[in-house]
Structure formats: structure tokens, C-alpha cells
Design a protein around this ligand. Structure first.
Ligand code: ZN
Length: 333
């Protein structure tokens, strides 16, 4: 009797140790994910999509102010630039841009990986928009203020993890692209002038519009469209599905991932310049809505609960890609 009792007690102690260890690991990821808050996303987006930034047209004053805003955020978070010397701007010359567009800059920030620093995971969103017309300012809260503030919150979460000794194994590049609305020029410049050897770029998670709900989902809003996740890497697609099931539980809608879809969204945002170079990508998107590319794409129309949830999905996916033993394998050509 005694023996039996002892062995049961020992077994349950051992079991509970294991469980505790596992739970602690998961808890730390969740703890960092929970630093992504609705309030911070909302505060940043109300600023970023305000009239002060005059629609953030590439090369114009509003875009320059937006770039300074992003730089200040990273400096406040204590996140460095990969360029060094306090320079967070990757300059793009006027000669590279379409006629009439002034020189511009991508904004870059970086957290160095702990054990595989040469391998780079890119989290991107474009920060330019359409500027103004004679009457109105195009604030671009969803397009792509939503992606911009999501990247900032994800960066902050990774920085907290790093500060507490749980930094990502691989390096993370936070890439705020310019001139997307002019024809994906910021990402085109980046892949032609990468800050690290292009072959070391493990994956690109690109966010372009994740704060709204399209007509197809008015009845069940708990969704996000994923595009491209299975085009180059089966493993990337599986990781994305698994972390969603484990941590976030959004309905992942693959309607626009269909090669035959007439919208061809896969070819229409910055991730495509990475995909062209055989770097696996996922594009996160809410679909179009009545305020798309209109002056009425404003901060008060954003669904902040959804924005928070979708941001957490990108964070968890990036965490897994950055921390797993091997870099995601490209198995589809
Ligand atoms: Zn956009």
C-alpha cells in the first residue's frame, strides 16, 4: 500500500513538472502576445491616420512626418535600426520612382536573433497612402494604417521578450514600406537593395488592411483572408494554421488565394516582390469595402477588436517561424 501510494505520488509529481514546464513556455508566448492591446493599436492609429499626416503621399510632407513618427516609436521602444548610426531610413532615389514622385524612404527597425542572427524574418506593411485631392484628405486608416500600427505592436512584443531573455532565435526586420500605392516601389527597391543577403530572408509576413470587415463577412466577422501561405512552402502554411488553432481562432478565409480569382490580390501588395525571389510569404488582408481608397477610410470605422486579434495571429506566426529549429523549407517551385 505504502509503496503504491509513493509511486503514484512520484508519478504525479513528475507529470505535473512536465505540465508546468510546457505551460510556462506557452504562457510566455501568450504573455508577450497580450502586450498587443486594443488601446495601443487604437491610440497609434488615431494619430497615424489623422489629418496631420495629410494622406502620407510618397515623397510629400505627410509621408515624411509619418516616417519620423515611426522612427520615434522605435527609439522609444529601444529597438535599433539595422543600418546603424540612428538611421532608420532606407533612402529611395527619385530616379527609381515613377515620374513626378519625389525621393522617399522605407523605415526599418531590427531585433537581432539570439542563436541564428543571420536568418531574417521580415514583417512588413506599407505606410504611404494617396495624399489629398482638391477637397479631401485620404487618411488611409485601414490602408494601411492598420498594418502599420500592427507592425509597431508586434515589434514591441518581441522587444519585451528579448529584454526578458526570451528573444527570437532568428532576427526580425520590421519593414515599413513606402510607394506601395505608386506601384510597390518600396518593396521593389528593398529586394534589389536588401539590408541582408536576400537568400537569408526566411519569410515575409505582409499586412495590408486588417482593420475592417468586408460585405461577405458582415454576419460572421471573426475572419481574415490569407493569401500566398501555401504557394512556396507547405510548412509555412501548416505553421500558420497550427498557431491560429492553438492561440487565436480566426476563420482563415482562402477565397483570394485561388489562382483563378479575378482580383489577383497575390500580385497586388508588397509581399509579391519577396515571393518573386522565392521567399515564402503570407499576405494578411480584410478584403475591400466601400471606403477603400476613399477619403472616408478613417480611424473611427476600424473594428479594433478584430485588428487586435489579427495582429496577434501575425505575432504568433512570426514567433514560431523565428524560433523553430530549422528555417521554413521552400518545397514548391
Ligand atoms: Zn494598401
Amino acid at each position: 500500500m505504502k509503496h503504491l501510494f509513493f509511486s503514484i505520488a512520484l508519478t504525479s509529481i513528475l507529470l505535473s513538472c512536465n505540465t508546468t514546464k510546457e505551460t510556462t513556455k506557452e504562457k510566455s508566448v501568450v504573455t508577450y502576445a497580450n502586450t498587443i492591446t486594443l488601446n495601443e493599436l487604437k491610440t497609434n492609429l488615431y494619430t497615424f491616420a489623422s489629418d496631420d499626416f495629410t494622406g502620407r503621399e510618397t515623397g510629400e510632407e505627410g509621408q515624411k512626418l509619418a516616417a519620423e513618427f515611426l522612427k520615434k516609436q522605435y527609439k522609444d521602444y529601444g529597438i535599433q535600426s539595422p543600418i546603424g548610426n540612428d538611421d532608420y531610413f532606407q533612402e529611395i532615389p527619385k530616379s527609381f520612382l515613377p515620374g513626378g514622385v519625389k525621393a522617399s524612404e522605407n523605415v526599418v527597425a531590427y531585433i537581432e536573433g539570439t542563436s541564428k542572427p543571420d536568418e531574417i524574418v521580415v514583417i512588413s506593411a506599407h505606410y504611404d497612402h494617396l495624399g489629398t485631392d482638391a477637397v479631401d484628405i485620404f487618411n488611409g486608416a485601414d490602408d494601411d494604417g492598420s498594418g502599420t500600427v500592427a507592425v509597431l505592436e508586434i515589434a514591441q512584443a518581441f522587444k519585451k521578450a528579448k529584454n526578458e531573455g526570451n528573444g527570437p532565435k532568428r532576427s526580425i526586420l520590421f519593414l515599413h514600406l513606402t510607394a506601395e500605392e505608386k506601384g510597390l516601389y518600396g518593396s521593389k527597391w528593398y529586394v534589389q537593395n536588401p539590408l541582408f543577403p536576400l537568400k537569408n530572408h526566411v519569410a515575409n509576413l505582409n499586412i495590408d488592411m486588417i482593420g475592417r470587415v468586408d460585405d461577405a463577412h458582415m454576419r460572421s466577422k471573426n475572419y481574415v483572408y490569407l493569401i500566398g501561405s501555401d504557394k512556396l512552402s507547405t510548412e509555412l502554411h501548416n505553421i500558420s494554421e497550427q498557431v491560429n488553432t492553438e492561440f487565436v481562432n480566426l476563420n482563415l478565409d482562402y477565397t483570394y488565394n485561388d489562382e483563378n480569382d479575378p482580383n489577383r490580390f497575390y500580385y497586388r501588395s508588397d509581399h509579391y516582390n519577396f515571393a518573386k525571389n522565392n521567399i515564402p510569404i503570407i499576405f494578411y488582408f480584410n478584403g475591400v469595402h466601400k471606403d477603400y481608397h476613399k477619403p472616408t477610410d478613417t480611424a473611427e470605422k476600424i473594428n479594433y477588436e478584430l485588428l487586435t486579434k489579427r495582429t496577434k495571429l501575425v505575432f504568433h506566426t512570426a514567433w514560431e517561424i523565428a524560433n523553430r529549429e530549422n528555417r521554413v523549407i521552400v518545397d514548391i517551385k
